[in-house]
Design a protein around this ligand. Structure first.
Ligand code: FAD
Length: 499
């Protein structure tokens, strides 16, 4: 129910809630109410546009497009303060956004114009269990923080591939890591979530406590509550064998064939995985295919990438490193450009992927006038061995993908400079994506699976989940958040939708 309340401030508080009947206040009035109440209790933890650190906080995003102007920014110091904030948002009818590591790259998924931004950056606790089997991480941590803490004990875990990615976003949407063929997705390695619900209460979700919510959080994103602690499986992996390989455009057919081969033959006996991408330099008009490969253990060069190593390369570097040494080198700075990810999923097929790549290259040439253009074509391997982990661990996840088929997520990652090109770039990506997805459907090569981490803002990942899983997630959401706080007040990002 939308009410157009003109009275600003805390008078709203009494007006807004009753079971099944959450009132959403006027955007400014709701934010004023919540910001005033939070500031009266938490003082300097609340920033407004006059505060010194406001701009730094409001632009602490990977994608420049995600920079918005919240009415205020609140940084809670612990889970109780997160819970108090949620109660305040609910009582004020205040619209809000949640930010973890700030990588989800589209406006509104983690920031809000005029509403309240809840920045989780201060919740940075990391604790390794005394038996070295798990690590607890707060939602303000980045993967490099977790890898650093684990490194001291010769441990590692399944998380982000680049160092600054936030723990919370990735753990709630899936999580592609290098070693997924053996250990599964990052979300499959979460043993417990501490969660603040829409009514401000705090619950634990794991295999014995609120198991339905536990399942829903594995891939269901920000639809259910705010996670204040992730308990993650720690793995005794002190060393990894790494390979960095770069190639010329002339080997693209072999490069794609090696990618397809890896996707089709990726048994879990040796944990290994990669980042496979093709960059197109618009200044030099040169194409650079590259592989970042990681394999568990010390065998060097890592044998699982033999198909790539057999291709003549312009650069090949092999090292045995600690996981921390490897991840420390892998950065992607914030605020480089406006940037859009968009992807679709295909069954491994060399000829078809080569056609898609060639079409992408031609399409990039057609927008070469776009200022600051940084086009990249990415192929993310999702091997069936990775899907076996969720299938066999007694919990599963919301993706509902069977382990009878491997996939390749083909993705456009495109950066540009000016807001004036935003609509053009979205249109460009969506048309190209849709065309090739239709072609893949006609050839029975398409999968409808869309990964939230690689999806564009114009895509709906939930349309690619099994319908019974979406129905179940909506039931779980309605049970744990009957007022719809995480649907109606926190509406940004990939949402299950209103009933
Ligand atoms: C440069 C780059 C590299 C990437 N590499 C990988 C990779 O290797 N593997 C991979 O799988 N993905 C990767 N991704 C995708 C990435 O995993 C997602 O963007 C992920 O959402 C990032 O998490 P975050 O905490 O940094 O993001 P945020 O934008 O802060 O959060 C993502 C979403 O989760 C919500 N959220 C955040 N914290 C919480 C919380 N505590 N409780 C409830 N909801 C919350 C936010 O509101 C937002 O909607 C990459 C993205 C980028 C930009």
């Amino acid at each position: 129910m939308l009410s157009n309340l003109s009275l600003a401030g805390c008078l709203l508080a009494a007006a807004v809630t009753s079971a099944q009947n959450l009132t959403i206040a006027n955007l400014t009035a709701g934010a004023n109410c919540a910001c005033t109440q939070l500031a009266s209790t938490y003082g300097g933890q609340v920033l407004t546009s006059n505060s010194t650190n406001y701009t730094a906080e409001a632009t602490d995003y990977w994608d420049i497009r995600a920079d918005l102007l919240p009415g205020c920014i609140f940084s809670p110091a612990n889970a109780d303060e997160v819970a108090a904030a949620v109660s305040t948002f609910t009582s004020c009818g205040a619209q809000f956004a949640i930010r973890g590591g700030g990588h989800m790259n589209f406006p509104g998924s983690n920031n809000i114009d005029g509403g309240v931004l809840l920045s989780l950056g201060s919740l940075t606790d990391i604790k390794i269990a005394s038996d070295n089997k798990t690590v607890d991480a707060g939602p303000g941590t980045r993967w490099i923080d977790v890898y650093t803490a684990l490194s001291e004990y010769g441990l590692y875990c399944i998380g982000g591939r680049l160092k600054t990615i936030g723990v919370p976003g990735l753990e709630l949407i899936g999580g592609f890591h290098y070693l997924i063929n053996k250990y599964g997705m990052a979300m499959d390695n979460v043993l417990s979530y501490d969660v603040v619900l829409g009514n401000g209460t705090q619950v634990v979700a794991n295999s014995t406590s609120n198991p339905d919510l536990f399942w829903a959080l594995k891939g269901g994103g920000n639809n259910f509550g705010i996670v204040t602690k992730f308990t993650i499986k720690a793995l005794p992996i002190p060393y990894i064998s790494t390979t960095i390989q770069e190639f010329n455009e002339s080997v693209m057919p072999d490069f794609i064939a090696a990618t397809v081969n890896m996707a089709e033959n990726d048994p879990p006996d040796v944990a290994a995985g990669s980042v496979i991408s093709v960059t197109y330099n618009q200044t030099t008009k040169s194409i650079s295919p590259s592989l970042l490969g990681v394999q568990e253990g010390t065998e060097s060069p890592p044998s699982r990438f033999a198909n790539f190593s057999a291709i003549p390369s312009v650069l090949s570097l092999n090292y045995v490193l600690t996981p921390l040494e490897w991840h420390s080198q892998l950065d992607s700075p914030f605020q480089m450009f406006r940037v859009q990810f968009a992807h679709r999923t295909i069954k491994p097929d060399t000829a078809q992927l080569l056609k898609i790549y060639e079409s992408w290259k031609t399409a990039v040439d057609e927008i070469s006038d776009v200022e600051g253009l940084v086009p990249t074509f990415v192929m993310n391997i999702l091997p069936k061995s990775a899907l076996s982990v969720a299938k066999n661990n007694g919990i599963g996840n919301t993706w509902g993908l069977d382990d009878d088929q491997s996939y390749i997520l083909w993705q456009f990652s495109t950066g540009w400079a000016n807001a004036a090109d935003d609509l053009r770039m979205t249109n460009w990506a969506s048309k190209l994506l849709d065309y090739w997805h239709l072609e893949n459907q006609a050839l029975n090569l398409a999968s409808e699976f869309i990964y939230m981490g690689d999806a564009g803002d114009f895509q709906d990942p939930f349309t690619g989940f099994p319908v019974e899983n979406v129905r179940k997630m909506r039931e779980i959401r309605d049970a744990y958040d009957p007022l719809g706080v995480f649907t109606r007040l926190n509406w940004g990002g990939f949402k299950l939708g209103a009933n």
